[in-house]
Design a protein around this ligand. Structure first.
Ligand SMILES: [Fe+2]
Length: 355
């Protein structure tokens, strides 16, 4: 970039062209062109170097307004002041409409020339500065975007890692729960998608399903691993696991959204479940979904007191529980889903478990 600002003077007449050059040459780098065609060739080669163009309106081949439009379409940032011997307001307005900064009337006044030239060049300089600022901001912005994305990624990894650690903790303590959490999460994903839950909400729902039994960490092994039916006080202890789960999640900001699904997954649609005995849509939707997935998996697993149920028996139980244990609309979703892939999937999963 030259230290002096560059001015292109375009006029078909030698006289005015030279007058401008003589007037401006000491303070600016002045280039001249005798036609619109020549001027456009200079714009094409000099490009960003040009700060201001003094452009005659009346020229034989192409008139100044046409040339102005061509210049602006090539490089809208170059400032253009029109020069005319025929000072009509209409011509001037027309030029301003096409992006000229102002116009000079021939024979021109020295002061007017200096005023318009310095105004045009100042505006061009300001534009350049703005452009640099915008470019800098874009760099800062994209750096920040990258950092935000990285921070988000860290949180996601941290989140997934925490969820995995919680699952491993229950799995280690309760053999039944080993694998149960993952299967409930898979079933929950199918149900959630069929209910129109997607993206981050679906991930939240599935993660809640993964940790729905996390509260079992707080239940004694004697109760968790007991073969045969539980005594009343043992049952009482077992029934505390949703509340214990909610207490485990509560102190961690990014786990807190999973609490409703964890806390209410043993509530029943008719209000006879535990811990609070709430009913219908008082029970969070995610808890109603997890309850169905949990039940499907529990029914499909061998328990100390019974064999795993067949898929047909599971569907029958779901159907029977619609409106009492389960949200009937969600049962409908689950029953529609069973064929063909859920059933097949469940059969395969249980085959693997039994191996
Ligand atoms: Fe549970």
């Amino acid at each position: 970039m030259n230290s002096k600002a560059t001015i292109l003077v375009v006029d078909d007449e030698f006289g005015p062209r030279e007058s401008f050059r003589m007037l401006l040459k000491d303070r600016y780098r002045v280039i001249t062109a005798a036609s619109g065609k020549e001027a456009l060739a200079v714009v094409d080669t000099e490009g960003d170097e040009i700060d201001l163009i003094l452009l005659d309106i009346r020229m034989p081949e192409e008139d100044g307004i046409t040339v102005l439009q061509k210049i602006k379409s090539r490089n809208p940032e170059i400032e253009v002041a029109m020069v005319t011997a025929y000072a009509s307001v209409e011509t001037a307005r027309n030029a301003l409409k096409h992006g000229a900064i102002d116009y000079l009337i021939k024979p021109f006044d020295r002061d007017d020339v200096e005023e318009i030239v310095s105004r045009g060049i100042a505006r061009r300089r300001k534009q350049r500065e703005n452009k640099v600022t915008i470019q800098r901001l874009q760099v800062v912005n994209s750096t920040l975007q990258g950092e935000i994305e990285k921070a988000r990624e860290d949180v996601r990894e941290h989140f997934a890692g925490t969820v995995q650690a919680l699952i491993a903790a229950i799995d280690a303590k309760d053999h039944y729960t080993a694998g149960h959490s993952e299967r409930v999460a898979s079933l929950t994903r199918y149900l959630g998608e069929s209910c129109g839950i997607f993206d981050r909400e679906l991930e939240l729902l599935c993660q809640a399903a993964q940790v729905h039994d996390i509260g079992k960490i707080g239940i004694s092994e004697a109760v968790l691993r007991k073969k045969g039916s539980l005594l009343e006080e043992e049952m009482e202890e077992m029934r505390m696991h949703p509340a214990i789960g909610a207490e485990i999640l509560a102190p961690v900001n990014f786990l807190r959204d999973m609490i409703p699904a964890v806390l209410y997954h043993h509530e029943r649609y008719d209000g006879t479940g535990y811990l609070q005995g709430i009913e219908r849509d008082q029970i969070a939707l995610y808890a109603r979904i997890v309850a169905i997935a949990d039940a499907i998996d529990a029914m499909g697993s061998d328990r100390p007191y019974r064999e795993a149920m067949s898929p047909e028996q599971i569907w029958q139980s779901l159907y029977n529980g619609a409106g009492t244990q389960f949200d009937p609309e969600l049962v409908e979703v689950a029953l529609k889903l069973r064929l063909p892939y859920i059933q097949q999937r469940l059969t395969e999963t249980y085959k693997q478990i039994k191996r």
